[in-house]
Design a protein around this ligand. Sequence first.
Ligand code: GTP
Ligand code: IMP
Ligand code: MG
Length: 330
Amino acid sequence: MSATVVVGGQYGDEGKGKILSYLALHDRPDVIARGGVGPNAGHQVVHGGKKYSLRLVPSGLLAPGARLLIGAGVLINPDVFLKEVSEFGLEGRCFMDRRCTLITKEHIDADAASANSAKIGTTKTGCGPAASARAARTAATVESEPRLEKYLTDVPGEVNAAKSLLVEGTQGFMLSNLYGGYPYVTSKDTTASTICADIGLGPRKVKDVIMVIKAYTTRVGAGPLAGELSVQAAEKLGMQEYGTVTGRPRRTNPGLIWDEIKLAADINSANYLAVTKLDVKFPACAHARKYAELPAEAKKFIEEIEGKTGVKVGLIGTGAEAEDIIDRRQ
Ligand code: GTP
Ligand code: IMP
Ligand code: MG
């Protein structure tokens, strides 16, 4: 089996959805499994002019015929899951592990009402309270929700039997409960080891770890962000973004925070980086599919990333579409 794990190297929203959709279309995995926290995530995938906004189902849904799985570590809001399955026609293709934790209305209400959630600036999706309940062993699993019965499976069994596996992480390194800027973090670790544990994949099965970074830095929610610009200044640079789940404006640093990225590459044991939105930083890169097509200043930036991290930039995003990519992996 060959397994590729994709994780975020900054504060989430690095464009993992786009990289995953490219890998799903190009590498043709037979199984795609998602780890990470839960429906606090938001991913956007664009293909053939159609836009998909996803929170729970795997971003690799464009891969024809691949089984789409959600690992035991992922918290499930049944309404979000069922809506996505129906909206994207995933009936019979998308399943979750029977050990997944159920997010209840109480968890969502608690996340919305808690003063600490407000201080952190959580997504109010109930993820923190559901993760706490799981740790306290008071949570229900998805087996207690009749609407989910036909979507339950044994994810570790399927993942370990896969010939070619694509593993999806969510959030990003700096939101890791262990390694990010605690307490302004999400409710669990978000690095490659935990993403693998989420789906029941042991460490010896992993071939590639691709860590996704955006060509600049954004953060949504509270907590420190070095080099933060005003919304107006970020608008001027074309870098101002808004959250997919909450619609909140994202905070922007137009550069990269090198010490954080280097640590993220080490702890994730990344053997490739994927750099997205190079065309936002250097508009002349738009839709390039060959490295040779890039202007000198963009190549210099890619070389700087490789020099500072010691990791090869294997994929470069040059536009919103899944195929707007330069693939430099061997
Ligand atoms: P993840 O949470 O990491 O999956 O990212 P996201 O989907 O939350 O990021 P965002 O909400 O910013 O959405 C990404 C949008 O930017 C999608 O419409 C993508 O198609 C688009 N995008 C991703 N990579 C690139 C890129 O390299 N260039 C451009 N111009 N757009 C990109
Ligand atoms: P929670 O995960 O909803 O508890 O939120 C905790 C922190 O993580 C907040 O700052 C959120 O904005 C942030 N966060 C959680 N998930 C994502 C994500 O997918 N993208 C970006 N930020 C996220
Ligand atoms: Mg996102």
